[in-house]
Design a protein around this ligand. Structure first.
Ligand code: ZN
Ligand code: ZN
Length: 460
């Protein structure tokens, strides 16, 4: 049996493992490369395997860095099955359609320029049609049930506690009477956070493929986040200002709504409205509402409807969103994109970033080169949407709103195995993060390896 690391090796994004067993080939994840240009360029390279020969994709969760190239796989001839949980299937639908829309639009814009410059036109990575057709190949599976994939290989999905429906995948391989078990951590969540359950402890593995996004970091705790959020709300409302929160559509937005709902229930701010101004986040929140069975016990206990409350208003159309420009007085505005690189948050920044009574609150990582990062780094003004905007609003940040386990939790999870796996492949992290985690694992007696992109390893 061979495993090839087609993505998320030495980097965070593009998660994709090719598993070859006799003449059978399956993938675990088929994710998009995200981030700076030298990384996203890889999306346009041909697959290093023949998509027509892949019989199955086992999908850990709906994030684009795990699912994003499935429509491209379809475009290049894949007609097999995609197995994932029910929430992953529903979230993938909105994520992959959104991604196709953005991709088609970007290529259109680029081709307009290319035509002007007399250059060859580019083909989109995939189209809306590819996305929709690839989604028909998705089948949902339950947690904890062992399912046959192909002769000699079966799989079991376990809750990874990262985003709703996220999975750890156990792969059971039998070759000439010899059994080998592979465990793919997927992205692991944190313990004791709202909405999602704790990551499932797995007791046995011959080989473990372990994510390391936060392999060199620790996070703030739950109570800290709620208090920091409340402080930002209180200070802003006292000045009569608006609290603008750029947010990612899946999980982050719902976690935020959960905390806001809790504060409202505690009577912390009695009348101000909360606007969710992102069509993608609204759709994602509907998926969360639909799959209440997947919430953790505490969420089920404390709320009948964690993401529905009277003062929450969904702004679906562009016109609804524009009306908010003239909304008088304090309110909370949640809008995409999370790093202010696009989406409706930019309109709100244009209208409200120069007013000192407002607050811009970051709850997510701001990558180098993004508008969010420039503001967070203390720019006095920014150029955006063709205008110059002074940064007079208060700029704040809350750390710890992350769906990822930190280094302590990754170790805690790895230590759940009753016998040490023969080897741990440390993946899905920047080199610093992967190296730091591998070092800590090694000091506890684990055998580790940080694979290179494209590397193939033979197992038994
Ligand atoms: Zn993820
Ligand atoms: Zn990921």
């Amino acid at each position: 049996m061979k495993v090839t690391f087609c993505g998320a090796a030495g980097i965070v994004t593009g998660s994709c493992y090719l598993i070859e067993f006799g003449n059978k080939k399956i993938l675990v994840d088929c994710g998009m490369f995200q981030g700076p240009k030298e990384i996203t360029r890889k999306n346009y390279l041909p697959f290093t395997f023949d998509p027509k020969k892949i019989s199955h994709v086992l999908l850990t969760h709906a994030h684009i860095d795990h699912s994003g190239l499935i429509p491209k796989l379809f475009r290049k001839g894949f007609r097999g099955k995609v197995f994932c949980t029910a929430p992953t299937k529903d979230l993938s639908r909105i994520m992959l359609e959104d991604s196709a829309y953005i991709n088609e639009k970007d290529v259109q814009d680029e081709n307009r320029r290319r035509r002007r410059e007399g250059l060859a036109l580019r083909e989109p990575l995939f189209t809306m049609d590819d996305s929709r057709k690839s989604l028909r190949l998705f089948s949902s599976v339950n947690y904890g049930r062992r399912i046959k994939i192909v002769k000699g290989i079966s799989a079991r999905f376990r809750d990874a506690g990262h985003i709703l429906g996220s999975s750890i995948i156990e792969l059971f391989v039998e070759e000439k009477g010899r059994k080998t078990k592979l465990v793919f951590s997927g992205d692991l969540g944190q313990w004791d956070v709202p909405i999602v359950r704790d990551p499932t402890i797995i007791k046995e593995a011959d080989y473990l493929f372990l994510e390391s996004t936060y392999g060199d970091r620790s996070r703030e705790d739950f109570e800290g986040k709620e208090k920091a959020l409340y402080d930002a709300v209180k200070k802003t409302f006292k000045k009569g200002g608006k609290l603008m929160i750029p947010s990612f559509a899946v999980e982050r937005t719902q976690e935020l709504l959960y905390f806001i709902h809790r504060l409202i229930k505690k009577g912390k701010f009695p009348k101000e409205r909360v606007f969710l101004d992102s069509p993608l986040a609204i759709k994602a929140t509907d998926v969360f509402r639909k799959h209440g069975a997947f919430y953790d016990e505490e969420t089920k206990r404390s709320f009948a409807t964690p993401f529905t409350f009277a003062r929450l208003e969904n702004l679906v159309t562009g016109r609804d969103s524009m009306r908010l420009n003239n909304y008088p007085g304090p309110c909370i505005i949640i809008a995409g994109s999370g790093m202010c690189t696009g989406g409706r948050i930019r309109h709100h920044l244009k209208h409200h970033l120069w007013e000192p009574e407002n607050t811009l609150l970051f709850i997510g990582y701001q990558a180098e080169g993004t508008l969010g990062r420039r503001i967070l780094d203390g720019a006095d003004y920014v150029h955006m949407m063709g205008v110059k905007v002074a940064v007079k609003a208060k700029v704040e940040r809350i750390e710890g709103f992350s769906a990822h386990a930190d280094s302590e939790e990754l170790l805690r999870w790895a230590n759940g195995f009753e016998a040490k796996p023969k080897k741990i492949f440390v993946v899905h992290g920047d080199m610093d993060a992967s190296t730091a985690l591998a070092k800590r694992l090694k000091s506890q007696g684990y055998k580790t390896h940080i694979p290179k992109l494209g590397e193939t390893v033979k197992l038994n």
